[in-house]
Design a protein around this ligand. Structure first.
Ligand SMILES: *Cc1c(COP(=O)(O)O)cnc(C)c1O
Length: 648
């Protein structure tokens, strides 16, 4: 990063380029030592905890990188903020009913997350939204108390419906949200057989279009929800079976990550219209469920673009409460219980992916080689370029350098120059490009073709993680996550780099970062130091990343560790889940580790028989093989191995 005014680098500058305050929601900050720290949301006066302190603790416990770190207090705080902010809006606006949140399990199904939400959320009667039998079973077995809601979405078969009816019998407020008309006869029939009055909801198809990545979830083409005609059929069917009083809830879901508050307001107005008309039809509605959509500001830009949001939580809650109140007051209807199904905003902040950098590749010009009497004509021509390199002629210099480099490649193919000459040409080429880049820095207008030159000369930092396993949305939908070094932030980051993971897949890289409020292809990073690990964090990864990930190149689940911050600025390691071993991932793809070990033993035994290795060597090979099978799938550094071993 250019630091124009030559003043010493400060952590404030680091905060500005990495935007910690902008996306951190008060949870994350940079301390004077230059470490990223976590603020204790429960106690403003306690000292924040440095992520590097946590990493020290992980090292002592031999929990190797990459590690998915969960900060449990942040999860608790997100639930409490959502409930408290809705309650405050209800009080402020004088709304005549309450708020009931439910957590949609699909957003992060990990038991530790779901159990913590059930446990902490009980004080707010925070319930669950489930979309499958498996999620239903998870919800039923973890939910505490019977005052929290269970909302069943998704296509429901008879077994799913019976589970739900049994939940009602146990006293739970469990709703079946009708997604398709085929579910209705099963619900009616089963509840008659089991003699239980079901709680029924209907999911309506919204015509309001919303911006953001998931805009296809809403509107006429949405695959979810009942059309106006189907709604009327549902009402008539329930009336026929004398069960219209069971229709208590109206459900809609505009989509996830809705960046613009005006879209949310528009959706609520439409939902209220459905609500009042269904009441007029005789339904006994008393719940309005607005689904998910509460966005996370991944870029910290506070804007209405896809990965941000142009509203605060308070604004979201007040707009919803206010819109329902005014729309229904005008129709003389009682205020329903407000339900939302916020997933992303509830769990995104709680998890941070931590990893170390394994290696860096620089596209650096070494010194431009001294001229030699007998050097190749190509090198002479390239040396020429430097004599006319000035702002007016940068494009020409670039064209020429490229021409000679390509010429060298052609000659090499035809055997007319050797590998050594070609290597000098490439060094020259990068040397010239760097000088062109320096010239561009002094120019006001940069020729179009040279816009991306600096990026193409950036370093590649190789991180010890798999994009496919840990950040699937970064790969699949270009999701931006805040990424930054978590220490040395009191030093100026003098390098620019893109990130590559360890899968060796050409898609396994990150080339979009938010830097000083702009999306850029490279991230400011520090020079690697010998003998010191360099750690990066990817933040806000608690939503949707953990189970969407796959076993690309057979990199498995990472180690997962939960910490809890205490009132007195200390912290505890409360839970740990060891990541997959090589044996684990092999068995996921139907290998049989036990048989593999036997086969390997037979192979080395045969080698002993043939006199190629000794029995002692055999023993060593078997030990190494078995230890690898039980090892972590990621890059493990041996104790004696310093940075030097990695230099190429
Ligand atoms: C996915 C989903 C949610 C969660 O949405 P977020 O935007 O993550 O809060 C809520 N309700 C339904 C029906 C969903 O499909």
């Amino acid at each position: 990063m250019p630091n124009n005014n030559n003043e010493p680098w400060t952590t404030q500058q680091a905060d500005k380029i990495y935007g910690v305050k902008a996306w951190g929601n008060g949870y994350f900050d940079i301390d004077l030592q230059g470490d990223v720290v976590v603020n204790n949301p429960l106690n403003e006066t306690s000292n924040p905890v440095s992520l590097m302190k946590i990493i020290e603790g992980l090292k002592d416990r031999e929990l190797h990188m990459p590690v998915l770190l969960r900060i449990e207090n942040i999860l608790d705080q997100s639930i409490s903020e959502l409930n408290e902010t809705f309650n405050a809006a209800i009080n402020k606006i004088g709304y005549g009913n309450e708020y009931r949140g439910v957590y949609p399990i699909k957003v992060n199904q990990q038991a530790q997350i779901v159990e913590e939400i059930a446990h902490f959320g009980a004080r707010y009667n925070h319930g669950f939204e489930v979309g499958s039998k498996a999620e239903m079973i998870a919800a039923l077995s973890t939910i505490e108390g019977t005052d929290s809601l269970i909302i069943c979405n998704g296509y429901k078969d008879q077994e799913f419906i019976e589970l739900g009816l049994e939940a009602v019998k146990l006293g739970h407020k469990c709703f079946f949200v009708i997604e398709t008309l085929t579910e209705l006869p099963i619900i009616v029939e089963r509840s008659k057989v089991l003699n239980i009055r079901p709680h029924i909801g209907v999911r309506v198809k919204m015509t309001s279009q919303v911006g953001g990545h998931w805009s296809a979830t809403s509107g006429d083409r949405s695959v979810f929800g009942l059309s106006a005609r189907q709604l009327i059929q549902a009402v008539d069917y329930l009336k026929e079976h004398d069960m219209l009083d069971c229709l208590e809830l109206l459900h809609c879901h505009l989509g996830s990550q809705i960046p613009n508050i005006r879209d949310i307001r528009g959706g609520v107005v439409e939902a209220c219209q459905y609500y009042s008309d269904l009441c007029q039809e005789g339904a006994a509605l008393s719940y309005i469920d607005l689904g998910g959509g509460l966005a996370v500001d991944y870029t910290g830009g506070q804007s209405s673009t896809g990965q941000s949001r142009n509203y605060s939580l308070a604004e979201y809650c007040e707009d919803i409460v206010d819109t329902i109140k005014h729309t229904l007051d005008a129709k003389g209807l009682a205020h329903p219980t407000i339900v939302t199904e916020s997933g992303r905003a509830t769990v995104a902040y709680t998890s941070v992916l931590l990893f170390n950098i394994l290696d860096v590749v620089h596209f650096e010009s070494e010194q431009i080689p001294e001229s030699q009497e007998d050097e190749h004509q190509l090198l002479k021509s390239m040396r020429e370029i430097l004599t006319y390199l000035k702002p007016q002629r940068v494009q020409e210099c670039f064209n020429d350098a490229l021409f000679y480099r390509d010429e060298a490649r052609e000659l090499f193919k035809r055997g007319q120059i050797d590998l050594r000459v070609r290597s000098v040409v490439e060094t020259f080429y990068y040397g010239i490009l760097h000088q062109i880049k320096d010239t561009l820095n002094k120019m006001d207008r940069i020729p179009d073709e040279l816009e991306g030159l600096a990026d193409s000369l950036a370093d590649i930092y190789y991180g010890n993680f798999s994009l496919f396993q840990s950040l699937p949305d970064s790969w699949a939908i270009d999701q931006l996550f805040p990424i930054m070094p978590i220490h040395r932030l009191n030093e100026e980051p003098t390098r620019r780099g893109m990130l590559a993971d360890i899968t060796c897949d050409c898609d396994g890289k990150i080339e979009r970062f938010v830097v000083d409020q702009h999306v850029e292809k490279t991230l400011p990073l520090h020079e690697m130091l010998p003998e010191q690990e360099y750690y990066l964090g990817v933040f806000l990864v608690g939503a949707y990343q953990e189970t969407l990930g796959d076993l690309h190149n057979l990199f498995g689940d990472t180690n997962v560790v939960s910490v809890r911050l205490n009132q007195d600025s200390s912290f505890d390691f409360v839970k740990e889940v060891h990541g997959d071993t090589i044996e684990d991932v092999l068995s996921y793809v139907e290998y049989h580790p036990r048989e593999m070990k036997v086969k390997f033993r037979n192979k080395v035994e045969a080698a002993v028989k043939e006199g190629r290795i000794s029995a002692k060597e055999r023993q060593h090979m078997i030990k190494t093989f078995n230890a690898s099978m039980q090892g972590y799938t990621y890059y493990e550094k041996e104790e004696h191995q310093g940075q030097d071993d990695l230099a190429v």
